[in-house]
Design a protein. Structure first.
Length: 688
């Protein structure tokens, strides 16, 4: 007998009412299965968060069984709906959903929840679990990722859909909790989503009134519906999150809107746990064997842990319907390809993440022009020139600046604001550095675009956690960070980012480029675009910098992150290594040392991460043992101490281990010791 067929019969001795197994009831088998898997997984691991899965089970059943268009057999189907669990601590909910609907996530993996190398980590991780669209857990960022996904869908549809042939037509559903809404990034992203009219974005707010510390009314009493209405969202208030009919009606209304929707679902955290539901104890700790037994009894669920009857699997299985939807889309795609072969080929290329066939030639032409012009310009200007030169070969560019487009120089010929044209390619993010970066992650995850975002380097602190998530997920997001170090001048220490470059270098899998001229800047852009396994940050100057003469071999060596830019005649007695604007200072010091009979080598190191990825032999060739090294960078010094990885002599560093000051740039360099005399003296001391 299956679970949904069992009833508890009344007896004359002790009347027990028949269990109500209708939708929305605690004993509804569809959601009882979800709740059982969630509490079993957390109990097995002795770690996790059962409260949200138990509380959102009814909402999940409506969304996943009635509205989510997906194919478990092909999690990468381009026109699938996207689902994001922004309150990622409730990860057993999405694992149970993926398992029940037919993804390649067997029950054995549910039993290994939170264990080493399992496909069910403590928080959902992109690329580890089939069907997980983004890594969530840092609250609010999943919601911002969902905004990026919805924005990508709308823009891609505007660029490629044709009358009667909509090859891009999907929705983005996101679950979120109080914590997501308390985080500031939710304000940034959702405000912009309302302005952009992202009508295929539907968010479900798990309004259970509980967080880790207890009842949120003590510290979170916002009128959340009014807040989202002010953003321009469609809002459905006071939906009973345990009434499938109410959730269904709210969802259908949301999908008919031309703007994003927030469905505010009143729920009970840990619903079904008789003595713990509604209490903060269910948020982040296993229920325990006794409470699980009571919960099973309340649900009329008397199966063993992780056991699901076949008829319940059948009710959840989405494979047949998903395959039919994908086949219909593929037929539509074939018709599209017959009618628009050029557009179809471009669409497929972009979804694969490949660069255009003309990109290599476009870059080669841009490099030739850059070398011939040898312009003395700020590297932020060099970056704009690179954008202008490469953009015709990169139609998948989609990005912009946090209200600094004309300072970051992210405008270029052919840039069209998406606020004026849904098929545009330039986003005016407003002063929203964190939201901007998290939205960019969502755009990258969606596919079809290469996002770039920009702000002042000093404000990368606001964006940092989203930058970390770009690196963790291996997403090709390009960060343009201008106005580096004390070169900013009069704006003073609040805007002079002396510690930021080194701080960004601490993020694993983030390439940090600090080019010294137009040639290195263009090379950095090329490296960022051709990289497909992670993000890149381009650190750019406001002040003008000269172009240095290079051989063809030197130009080719830039992509390795470190190379010999200049070498005196004779055997070098010291090595000067520098980045960005300080390369100019190193060259001037080398010339002074040549006059004094001290031969030097100058190593330009625009990307330390690329240099560190070289072989030990390659690094040793740049920094031979026994030759002292002096590093010059207008930032904190700590990271340069172990530069070469093979040295015993150590490295002398000329940098800044304090905050800057407000003064004209020309006065700040000597104030902080960035002079030819100081660099030359450091070399003299190093060589003895």
């Amino acid at each position: 007998m299956t679970a949904h067929a069992r009833t508890t019969q009344a007896t004359t001795a002790d009347a027990v009412p028949t269990l109500d197994r209708s939708p929305g009831s605690l004993a509804w088998p569809v959601t009882a299965a979800l709740r059982a898997l969630a509490m079993d997984g957390v109990e097995q691991a002795k770690s996790g968060h059962p409260g949200a899965p138990l509380g959102m089970a009814d909402i999940s059943a409506v969304v996943w069984r009635e509205h989510l268009r997906h194919n478990p057999a092909d999690p990468s189907w381009p026109d699938r709906d996207r689902f994001v669990l922004s309150n990622g601590h409730g990860s057993m909910l999405i694992y149970a959903l993926l398992h029940l609907t037919g993804y390649d996530l067997p029950v054995a993996e549910l039993k290994r929840f939170r264990q080493v190398h399992s496909r069910t980590p403590g928080h959902p991780e992109y690329g580890m679990t089939p069907g997980v669209e983004t890594t969530t857990g840092p609250l609010g960022q999943g919601l911002a990722n969902a905004v990026g996904m919805a924005l990508a869908e709308k823009t891609l549809a505007a660029q490629f859909n044709r009358p009667g042939l909509a090859i891009v037509d999907h929705r983005t559903f996101v679950f979120l909790g109080d914590g997501c809404l308390m985080e500031g990034v939710s304000h940034e992203a959702c405000s912009l989503a309302g302005r952009l009219g992202l009508g295929k974005l539907v968010a479900y707010y798990d309004d259970n009134g509980i967080s880790i510390d207890g009842k949120v009314e003590e510290w979170f009493a916002d009128d959340t519906p009014a807040r989202f209405e002010a953003y321009g969202w469609h809002v459905v208030r006071n939906v009973d999150g345990h009434d499938p009919a109410a959730v269904r009606a709210a969802t259908e209304a949301a999908l008919a809107q031309g703007k994003p929707s927030l469905i505010c679902c009143k729920t009970v955290i840990g619903r079904g746990a008789p003595t713990k539901q509604g209490h903060q104890d269910t948020h982040g700790a296993p229920l325990g064997p006794d409470e699980i037994a009571r919960t099973r009894a309340a649900m009329g669920w008397d199966y063993a842990p992780f056991e699901i009857p076949d008829d319940i699997y059948a009710q959840w299985d989405a494979r047949k319907a998903g395959a039919a939807r994908q086949q219909a889309w593929e037929a539509r795609m074939e018709a599209y390809a017959r009618a628009y072969p050029k557009e179809a080929a471009e669409f497929r290329r972009r979804l694969k993440g490949d660069l255009s066939p003309v990109f290599a030639d476009t870059y080669a032409a841009a490099l030739k022009t850059t070398l011939e012009k040898a312009e003395t310009v700020a590297t932020r200007k060099a970056s704009q020139q690179a954008l202008a030169a490469l953009a015709p070969a990169v139609p998948e560019f989609l990005g912009g600046s946090a209200d600094l487009a004309h300072s970051n120089l992210t405008t270029f010929p052919g840039a069209v604001p998406v606020t004026r044209d849904p098929a545009g390619n330039q986003i005016y993010f407003g002063v929203r550095e964190f939201g901007m970066s998290a939205i960019a992650n969502g755009i990258a995850l969606h596919g079809g675009f290469i996002p770039f975002v920009a702000t002042f380097l000093v404000f990368s602190d606001y964006a940092r956690n989203a930058m970390r998530m770009s690196a963790l997920m291996g997403q090709r997001v390009i960060y343009i960070l201008t106005h580096d170090s004390i070169g900013l001048g009069e704006d003073g220490p609040t805007h002079q980012p002396v510690e930021h470059v080194e701080s960004l270098r601490l993020i694993p899998n983030l390439d940090v480029w600090r080019p010294c001229d137009t040639v290195e800047t263009l090379t950095a852009w090329h490296a960022a675009l051709t990289r497909t396994d992670g993000p890149s940050a381009l650190i750019l100057s406001r002040q003008n910098l000269p172009v240095w003469p290079r051989s063809e071999a030197q130009v080719a060596a830039i992509s390795g992150g470190g190379y010999v830019l200049h070498e005196s005649e004779g055997v070098a007695r010291a090595i000067l290594v520098a980045t960005g604007s300080e390369v100019k200072l190193a060259v001037a010091a080398a010339e002074a040392l040549d006059t004094a009979g001290i031969a030097t080598r100058i190593v330009s190191m625009p990307c330390r991460e690329r240099f560190e990825a070289l072989t030990e032999t390659e690094r040793a060739a740049l920094f031979p043992k026994g030759v002292p090294v002096v590093a010059v960078e207008a930032g904190v010094t700590r990271g340069w101490r172990g530069l070469t990885g093979t040295r015993e002599e150590g490295v002398t560093v000329i940098g800044i281990d304090r905050f800057g000051e407000s003064a004209p740039e020309k006065d700040l360099w000597p104030l902080f010791g960035f002079t030819v005399e100081k660099v030359a003296e450091a070399v003299r001391r190093a060589v003895g």
